[in-house]
Design a protein around this ligand. Structure first.
Ligand code: CA
Length: 652
């Protein structure tokens, strides 16, 4: 039925929603089967009754419209849409501003929401996705802990506060992120979500935000005033500007795969059933998200809606990238169109997502933007669960171990994940199982907001090992993230051993609505685990300093990354050539609980070991040298000095 609708009524205009000008505002909503539609205007977003009711007229393409004369800036509005003789009042699905709790749209003059200097900010370049270093962060977690005196605790504006320190005097907030050296911050949902009551934000409330309500406007509980639709827009732009001014790109976590409500959502009220997938020939909603529904990305006007929304964030808010929640629920073609359109707006854009679904979905397997279909969406990255589970053990089995924490993992699995999961001449099996042809599709990580933090996982897997040993395992896992081919990703606070302890000694593996005490970033840990934090910082600097850790394609990896054979048990080592600064880089990983002995035939500089990492030469090795338990070592050999003797002669 919806295929016929798409054929008959598709609309390509870029003017859906409320288009404001000083003299008039034009309201347009697409709903081809509706019997009637009207715009209702309100003075305040808390008013019970509209002050005006304006009937709309339907076009051939199914677009209802109304031109309202006069300056409507700051006026709140809803649509009243009639289906099967029942009238539903709903927010405009294209609303760019709203009142409290996202119930009413607001007519907004977007020029008034730009912070001073908005048009002048510089934005980070990204030649290859593998140049990105991604840091996943929740807006409230960032500033809600009592260890740092943020003025704007839990708000967007906390990101503009500089010069802040924790109780020991170590830098915190945006200064810390800048010093850490990450290139992009991935913000957990910042679009308007449903389950935090914006009218009651002084009561502590928490949600990750994977409960979408309005896709084209920011969440109100992060704003200093959730009632005035302009404030959240301005303040979110201040956050973005502040990160840009620190040289950091902003990636939005987007959740177009499902909506929080189904029967009462603005999608349903606007056009019942159209926006969601049903099981074939039934009335039943498919629930591939595990949250009650899944959005039908392949339908013409749904796809248009998602593409329009992403382009709006990229243009109006200068967003640098998007992380797609449950990307396996999107159809491939939509993801490819998304990349194309976003790339036209900003050639430095990065897109990636979760290459799986929440449960079975009403879209053929081969059309899903899943990890194993990566070749069909060549510009989208995928979280590498292979990497994650190889390094630390199965994500869903608390006590299952991986390479760094004591499991006898086959060395070939480690080699596979460290070369970006692309086919490699030295790993014959991988050539059959490589799910991608480019490291630009492989997001390497061991910790994200979902599931246990790495540090908590290590408590479960290695309860009898000392804290010091577990810290070595953590640092080794981090070294694997940052020294592998692909795109490195960490969760905020991972660099100071983030932990989510529950009363009674267990750890929270799904803190989506847990209190601040569990979710907040505990900034004092930065001092407590300074060695670990400095190690992460050093690894990031080392990665950024050397192109050989960031090869953009499979052939460069195949030609320049060579694995060593005949190494001590469980040890993996490789040589990197083709670097911009060093003639050769050598990396060894020792996951054993004992020191190993290696031999260098010539002199090498050491840039990282189990204790420290960075761009400075720590010491040199030649002949016998050792790699500590649960440790890595990074050796570098400089290019030969250019012969300057001729120049010397002419000077004398
Ligand atoms: Ca909200």
């Amino acid at each position: 039925m919806f295929a016929e609708i798409d054929e008959k009524y598709k609309y390509d205009g870029n003017d859906l929603g409320a288009v404001y000008s000083k003299n008039s505002t034009v309201f347009k909503v697409w709903s081809p089967l509706a019997e009637d539609a009207a715009v209702l205007l309100y003075h305040k977003c808390t008013d019970e009754k509209p002050f005006r009711h304006m009937p709309m007229k339907k076009s051939r393409e199914g677009v209802w419209s109304k031109v309202a004369n006069g300056d409507l800036k700051g006026v709140y509005y809803t649509y009243q849409i009639t289906h099967d003789s029942i009238s539903y009042e709903t927010i405009d699905i294209y609303a760019k501003a709203s009142g409290v709790n996202g119930i009413m749209g607001m007519v907004v003059d977007l020029d008034e929401t730009d912070p001073a200097g908005w048009d002048k900010q510089t934005r980070p370049e990204l030649k290859s996705y593998t140049d990105a270093v991604i840091y996943e962060l929740h807006v409230r977690d960032f500033s809600i802990d009592k260890s740092v005196n943020f003025c704007y605790k839990g708000r967007f504006l906390a990101f503009v506060e500089k010069g802040l320190v924790n109780e020991a005097g170590d830098s915190a907030g945006i200064d810390h992120i800048k010093e850490l050296g990450v290139t992009h911050v991935q913000l957990m949902p910042c679009f308007d979500y449903a389950t935090v009551d914006e009218a009651d934000v002084h009561r502590p409330q928490f949600n990750w935000g994977y409960d979408p309500m309005n896709y084209n406007l920011p969440e109100g509980s992060y704003a200093t005033n959730p009632y005035d639709g302009k404030v959240r827009i301005y303040e979110f732009k201040r956050l973005i500007q502040s990160l840009h001014n620190a040289g950091i790109g902003v990636i939005m976590d987007v959740v177009y795969n499902h909506t929080y409500a189904t029967a009462d959502s603005c999608f349903t009220k606007t056009f019942p059933k159209y926006y969601y997938r049903q099981w074939q020939d039934t009335e039943y909603y498919s629930n591939g998200s595990g949250c009650g529904n899944e959005v039908a990305t392949e339908r013409y006007m749904v796809r248009k809606y998602i593409v329009d929304s992403l382009c709006y964030w990229a243009k109006e808010y200068k967003i640098d990238g998007f992380r797609f929640d449950l990307m396996g629920l999107y159809d491939n073609e939509t993801i490819n169109i998304i990349y194309e359109k976003l790339h036209e707006i900003n050639p430095n854009i990065i897109i990636y997502g979760e290459g799986w679904t929440g449960s079975d979905a009403a879209i053929p397997y081969e059309q899903r933007a899943m990890k194993l279909n990566a070749r069909h969406v060549p510009h989208a990255g995928f979280f590498s669960d292979d990497f994650r589970d190889t390094v630390k053990g199965n994500n869903f089995e608390n006590r299952d171990r991986g390479y760094v924490n004591g499991a006898p993992v086959n060395e070939d699995f480690v080699r596979e994940v460290m070369c970006g999961r692309v086919a490699h001449p030295q790993i014959p099996n991988l050539n059959k199982y490589a799910w991608t042809d480019t490291p630009q599709q492989t997001v390497n990580y061991v910790e994200a907001h979902d599931n246990l933090t790495l540090w908590d996982k290590l408590s479960y897997t290695n309860p009898t090992d000392s804290i010091e040993t577990r810290m070595q395992m953590d640092k080794m896992a981090a070294a694997m993230v940052f020294l592998s081919q692909g795109i490195p990703f960490i969760q905020a606070g991972q660099e100071f051993l983030r932990s989510k302890p529950l009363p009674g000694g267990a750890f929270d593996h799904n803190s989506y609505k847990s209190p601040d005490i569990i979710n907040s970033l505990k900034w004092n840990r930065k001092t407590e685990y300074k060695n670990v934090c400095d190690y992460y910082k050093g690894l990031i600097a080392l990665r950024k300093d050397h192109s050989a850790f960031r090869f953009p394609d499979r052939d460069s990896i195949g030609q320049n990354l060579t694995y060593f054979s005949k190494l001590p048990s469980r040890v993996v080592g490789f040589s990197l050539k083709g670097d911009d600064k060093l003639q050769e880089i050598i990396v060894f990983l020792n996951p054993n609980n004992y020191e190993i002995n290696l031999f260098a035939f010539e002199k090498y500089n050491v840039y990282a070991d189990g204790e420290r990492a960075g761009t400075d030469i720590l010491y040199t090795v030649e002949g016998d040298y050792k790699v500590a338990p649960y440790s890595i070592i990074v050796l570098g050999k400089p290019y030969p000095e250019p012969d300057t003797s001729e120049g010397d002669n002419t000077n004398t």
